[in-house]
Design a protein around this ligand. Structure first.
Ligand SMILES: [Zn+2]
Length: 545
């Protein structure tokens, strides 16, 4: 491990519900509050005592960080471990620090290190509160460096600040040496620098932390074994309406009842079906999904039921269908609302008799499969319009689970978005991929007509185009990022619903590079519907002219 490889987001985690540095709790300190504390210290205690307090604080902090770095990483050498100190100060926002000179003699123990601090927080705060000064004031920083180095190399290494921004220098410069090598220079600093020996105390705390870290890891492993590895997005739900969905899913998972999952396109009907399967006693069996709406009748029939050799032209060899292939598993029939009346009768028979006929065969075969179906259509309406058989509906909807659209469960958007970010970071190999805080509101306010699928697609696009792994509002597809920006006007009150829709479709098409299949997917409508809408748009364009 090299000090250059330290990244703050890999160091800290939130698994305990708060910010911690691999087991050691961290506190974020507001800079203004810190500044106020310094003011108070100056007022109540005077500069001398304030310096002493901040020096002790910095020294302890440096020792604790050095111990943490030792505990967490295997460093290439002592020098890298040492350099991690200045790097930590940089990523913690204290100051950007470089190390222009470093010498260390392992035999004699001789130590020499120069560090330069740019924009030292301490110097800036001092100047702001108390004005310019004639002496260096980055006491905490100097003590931190000394505490850190002393912990790494043993002995007493002291850093003296020789130049300071607060005195009008461009940067702050610190030099570190062994106490004995400083000679008389150190005398005036000693009253502040000599803290009681806290090395043993730090060592004890460190060993306690090691134990705790092991416990945390064991708990994490246990958690991972409780929850199925796949379909984890359902574990991140917060909204009450989706909790109800999950409750029902958990209840019915253990029975073989047929399930009908309804809801808009892109809400995750298949994901829920897979999840239910993963909880069921059939979990070790296969789960196969088929989109019934995408296939013509004859093909769908041979896919589902299989066929004998020569059953129809092109049936050169015998083939078993999905109902048999999913023996001891589950079959998921998507877009069930789109099947023909003839197929509806055949399916009804399957559900009633629990047996199938291969095409070209008269011998019924028993099946052992759990059937789950899904549709984004309103089947009650289809029944009243005589497009769907009522008896089939009741056979399918032994248990009906409705998944509400994402816009009706806004609480789920962020947890889900974060889940996708993790997944994308892994799949796209983007280290440190994250959502910028300014993006969160936009994600939550948007209406997501294409639901979870659209959310995932939008985040994937943003992940690909963003810089340094930080997803900003402008990285989202324009229709989404613009949604929250009233100056863009496309969603203003004046624009008619039709205009909004037209613009929305145009934006989506622009983002899919004109790819209609993808655009339809994002929009959550069929390719045919998109085609019709585009045609209407073209016509209305002509009318405008
Ligand atoms: Zn300074």
């Amino acid at each position: 491990m090299k000090s250059e490889d330290l990244h703050i987001d890999e160091l800290i985690d939130f698994s305990e519900g708060w910010l911690s540095l691999k087991g050691r709790r961290l506190m974020i300190q507001d800079i203004h509050a810190f500044s106020q504390m310094k003011k108070d210290l100056m007022e109540f205690l005077g500069e001398d005592r304030m310096r002493r307090l901040l020096t002790r604080f910095g020294y302890f902090w440096g020792q604790a960080d050095a111990a943490a770095m030792k505990r967490i990483f295997n460093w290439d050498d002592k020098q890298e471990w040492l350099k991690a100190g200045p790097k930590l100060l940089t990523i913690q926002g204290v100051s950007r620090i470089t190390v222009p000179a470093f010498e260390w003699n392992e035999e004699t123990g001789e130590f020499y290190m120069e560090t330069i601090a740019y924009n030292s927080m301490e110097a800036e705060e001092y100047q702001k509160n108390f004005g310019s000064t004639d002496h260096p004031v980055c006491w905490m920083l100097a003590a931190y460096l000394g505490g850190y180095a002393s912990f790494c190399f043993g002995g007493e290494i002291f850093f003296i600040e020789e130049k300071c921004q607060a005195t009008g220098d461009r940067v702050c410069k610190f030099t570190g040496k062994n106490k004995k090598d400083w000679g008389d220079v150190i005398e005036s600093h000693l009253p502040y620098l000599e803290a009681e020996n806290i090395h043993d105390q730090i060592m004890q705390l460190t060993s306690e932390l090691k134990k705790k870290q092991k416990q945390i890891e064991a708990q994490r492993k246990k958690l991972a074994s409780i929850y199925p590895k796949q379909e984890k997005e359902f574990l991140f739900v917060r909204s009450r309406s989706f909790h109800q969905v999950m409750d029902l899913a958990h209840k019915v998972a253990h029975f073989d009842s047929t399930i009908l999952i309804t809801g808009e396109s892109g809400v995750g009907k298949e994901v829920l079906a897979r999840y239910i399967h993963s909880l069921s006693h059939r979990a070790s069996g296969p789960f196969l999904a088929i989109n019934c709406g995408a296939l013509p009748d004859t093909l769908l029939e041979s896919e589902l039921f299989g066929h004998t050799r020569g059953a129809f032209t092109g049936a050169v060899r015998e083939r078993i269908g999905l109902f048999e292939e999913t023996r001891k598993g589950a079959i998921f029939l998507d877009e069930i609302g789109d099947i023909s009346p003839a197929m509806q009768i055949k399916l009804l028979r399957v559900l009633q008799e629990r047996e199938i006929l291969r095409l070209g065969e008269n011998k019924p075969r028993k099946i052992d499969v759990r059937i789950m179906a899904a549709t984004n259509k309103n089947l009650q309406k289809e029944i009243s319009e005589e497009n769907f058989r009522e008896d089939l509906y009741y056979r399918l909807a032994v248990v009906e689970i409705f998944i509400p659209p994402l816009r009706e469960r806004k609480d789920d958007i962020l947890p889900m978005a974060r889940y996708f970010i993790k997944k994308l970071a892994k799949n796209l190999k983007i280290a440190n991929l994250r959502l910028d805080a300014s993006t969160l509101d936009i994600l939550q306010e948007y209406t997501w007509p294409g639901n979870i699928r659209q959310l995932e697609n939008a985040l994937e696009r943003a992940a690909v185009v963003c810089r340094n792994g930080v997803i900003l509002p402008e990285n989202l597809p324009a229709n989404i990022s613009r949604y929250s920006d009233p100056t863009q006007g496309i969603y203003s009150l004046e624009s008619s619903l039709e205009q909004v829709e037209r613009q929305h479709i145009k934006n989506i098409l622009a983002h899919t590079g004109g790819n209609r299949t993808k655009a339809a997917q994002v929009l959550g409508i069929s390719a045919a519907t998109l085609w019709r809408k585009m045609k209407e748009m073209g016509e209305s364009h002509q009318n405008e002219k």
